[in-house]
Design a protein around this ligand. Structure first.
Ligand code: MAN
Length: 502
């Protein structure tokens, strides 16, 4: 089968070459001004005056290609560089005809393989159209063979892709049904939970009040303890028992001698008043009233400040205390009936949360499948099988990775940190073939530069493989990838040439 195809192709190719030569002989016999293609020859009848294609002017035919631009549309100078926007046509017999900008005529560079663009520059251009034509045809043949083999593989990929989407669709329908059931169950569990919690709440009301009373009592006891402790401390320092603690009283206490020089200075005593007393005690209420009249006033104020600080701290604390209290098992034991109701409500709550989790899982799965079904895997789902795979390419410095429909990345060979070069964005091909390239954008930002992005060019190949990687602009990467999924019939170039020339 393969052999027959190759044989047929060779025969067609040979016929084409003969055809091209015949056409060339015929075309070279059609008289026309330099730089005019065969298809336009009839627009330049030599026996008539020449009218610009845009109709703006008529000139004697002798002024066509006289190296002076008469027509605004450049139609009078197809073979010279006189008109800036002119186009020069090279026949390139044996290879591909070519249109070049008129400015490239006689510029000393051989643009046409037949060398016709350099007729007056003195540049000796070789006519290598025959060789170029031959290798172009060989390349076209290679490509055609590749496409033929690739198309078979592509058909298999398509089949797989279509099957995968169908299976997902079936799963989606199943999940939609499961979701309805799971929601119904959740509804039932919610009702049961509410009922159980109502009973539980009513039964716990009595214990809640009891607990509050216990808490209150505990708080009162704690406050009384604190107060007694404070008073004790105060009395300890108020050695003359006059209801005030003054500096001299503190100076008698050697443990305030911070610098260990044998005596307690006023500063050391004050330091203690401001730093230590704040933390440990509060003066009795009576002393607060009279503080303004004595030396102790300043110290007393500081003391008050300290007290305020304590209050501030306490302002933040209730939350914490409450939490602690909640965590602590209370000393209260429920009666059997209440205990049963609490247990029933707890298990109703658990069952509801379980049912709710089930619904959420199904919803998540449904969304995942919907996203998958909406993905564009090509007109025949031929690229679907690439999803979930990753392909690698190594150059001297990095290992590059392409995970189709997910991301592209770069990892230094000497390190383990992967840099994301892009996240799947969209198909980015041309109007004629949207699927010839992919764009992965929004990758990791470059230092002082843009976010990294990757364009992936896809060509037909008989396996899925990355063939090259480059970075044409800083942080903009170009991957070349071949895949049977990209094998599609394209017109062979030789056909196009003949069309154009005839
Ligand atoms: C790294 C690599 C390069 C990139 C620079 C930009 O070295 O990601 O590809 O050009 O960063 O600073």
């Amino acid at each position: 089968m393969e052999m027959r195809f190759t044989k047929n192709f060779k025969l067609i190719n040979a016929l084409l070459i003969v055809f091209v030569f015949v056409c060339e002989i015929l075309s070279s016999e059609v008289p026309r001004p330099r730089g005019v293609s065969l298809s336009r020859a009839s627009l330049y009848p030599p026996e008539k005056d020449f009218t610009c294609f845009d109709g703006s002017k008529t000139i004697p035919f002798s002024q066509v290609n006289d190296d002076y631009c008469d027509c605004p549309d450049a139609s009078d100078e197809p073979g010279t560089a006189a008109c800036p926007q002119g186009i020069f046509h090279c026949t390139n017999a044996g290879h591909k005809p070519l249109n070049i900008a008129a400015s490239r005529v006689n510029d000393g560079i051989c643009d046409c393989c037949d060398g016709t663009d350099e007729y007056a520059s003195g540049k000796a251009c070789q006519n290598n159209c025959i060789e170029l034509g031959r290798s172009a045809r060989e390349e076209a043949q290679r490509k055609a063979e590749l496409i033929k083999a690739g198309k078979q593989l592509k058909a298999e990929l398509s089949q797989k892709g279509i099957q995968m989407k169908q299976e997902k669709q079936v799963k989606l329908n199943e999940l939609q049904k499961n979701k309805e059931e799971a929601e119904k169950l959740r509804e039932e569990k919610l009702t049961l939970k509410k009922e159980a919690e109502e009973l539980e709440s009513a039964a716990l009301e009595y214990y809640r009040k009891l607990e509050e009373e216990i808490k209150k009592k505990k708080a009162e006891e704690e406050a009384a303890r604190n107060r007694a402790e404070a008073l004790e401390n105060f009395n300890k320092f108020d050695s003359n028992q006059d209801g005030y603690v003054d500096i001299t009283e503190l100076q008698t206490r050697q443990n305030f001698d911070k610098d260990r020089n044998g005596e307690v200075s006023e500063e050391e005593a004050k330091f203690f008043l401001s730093e230590q007393m704040q933390a440990n005690s509060s003066p009795p209420a009576e002393s607060e009233d009279s503080q303004g009249e004595s030396d102790d006033m300043q110290d007393g104020d500081e003391h008050d400040d300290a007290h305020e600080d304590d209050e501030e701290e306490e302002d933040h604390e209730p939350e914490h205390h409450e939490e602690e209290n909640e965590e602590k098992p209370t000393d209260i034991t429920y009666d059997d009936e209440t205990q049963k109701l609490v247990e029933r409500a707890t298990s109703a709550r658990n069952e509801f949360y379980e049912a709710d989790k089930q619904v959420k899982n199904i919803v998540g799965e449904i969304q995942g499948i919907k996203d998958y079904l909406e993905k564009d895997f090509g007109p025949d789902e031929e690229f679907a099988a690439l999803e979930g795979q990753c392909f690698h390419y190594e150059d001297h410095e990095y290992i590059y990775k392409l995970c189709p429909f997910e991301k592209t990345s770069q990892q230094p060979k000497s390190g383990s940190v992967e840099t994301r070069l892009g996240t799947w964005g969209r198909w980015d091909g041309t109007e004629t073939n949207k699927y010839e390239s992919m764009m992965y954008d929004k990758g990791q930002s470059c230092w002082n530069g843009p976010q990294r992005s990757t364009k992936v060019r896809i060509e037909c190949g008989n396996e899925n493989k990355m063939t090259s990687v480059s970075e044409p602009n800083r942080c903009e990467y170009l991957f070349d990838f071949v895949s049977p999924a990209a094998c599609r019939e394209v017109p062979i170039d030789v056909h196009e040439e003949l069309h154009d020339e005839l």
